[in-house]
Design a protein around this ligand. Structure first.
Ligand SMILES: [Zn+2]
Length: 191
């Protein structure tokens, strides 16, 4: 992947320090997410009940039954600066079309019929599930800090797979691709 050519052993120590510094924010962030999902639980639709024809070729029934979507005017962003994490203000101000928290994603209402956007957010659902919520949040934060949104590992993976979904019709197993794309990074940072 582009911009990721530094030898991995060199920055592992520094990355782990950054991750350590984020850990104390996890309870606040997770309780904000829990509250958000609780507030929108009655509006969330199961992805398996939507009539997108191609998604079942890329995601297991398990994922499609678990994942939920909320259509909304403005996808909610974690208020990181008000929680004391002031270094992500560019990210907080971004106009986003969709965002995923655990098994639920939020999509701007006018985009509710766009299958590739649902595909993109489902990649994040698979990432959340593979990593678990703590590791997802810590890795997302680390990458945002180091590489900015568009070059961050979890977003680049979702955009690359989305492009593949849009440009070809050959199905592939997203869960396997996510696992093989992340396992090295997980053991580098968390083992
Ligand atoms: Zn994304």
């Amino acid at each position: 992947m582009k911009n990721r050519s530094a030898p991995i052993y060199m920055d592992s120590y520094h990355d782990k320090l950054i991750i350590k510094s984020y850990e104390s924010f996890l309870p606040k962030v997770k309780s904000w997410i829990d509250n958000l999902l609780y507030c929108y639980s009655s509006q969330a639709k199961r992805v398996v009940d939507l009539s997108f024809p191609r998604l079942p070729q890329y995601f297991s029934k398990d994922i499609l039954e678990m994942a939920k979507v909320v259509y909304i005017d403005l996808p909610p962003q974690i208020p990181l600066s008000s929680m004391g994490l002031t270094q992500f203000q560019d990210f907080e101000k971004m106009k986003i079309d969709g965002v995923t928290y655990y098994d639920t994603f939020f999509v701007r209402l006018p985009l509710s019929s766009i299958e590739y956007l649902h595909f993109h957010e489902l990649v994040h659902v698979v990432q959340w599930r593979y990593l678990g919520s703590d590791r997802f949040l810590l890795l997302y934060g680390l990458e945002l800090m180091k590489n900015k949104y568009s070059n961050s590992l979890l977003e680049m993976m979702a955009y690359q797979l989305q492009t593949r979904f849009q440009n070809t019709t050959n199905p592939f197993n997203v869960e396997l691709v996510v696992k093989s794309g992340l396992e090295q990074e997980v053991s580098r940072l968390f083992d």
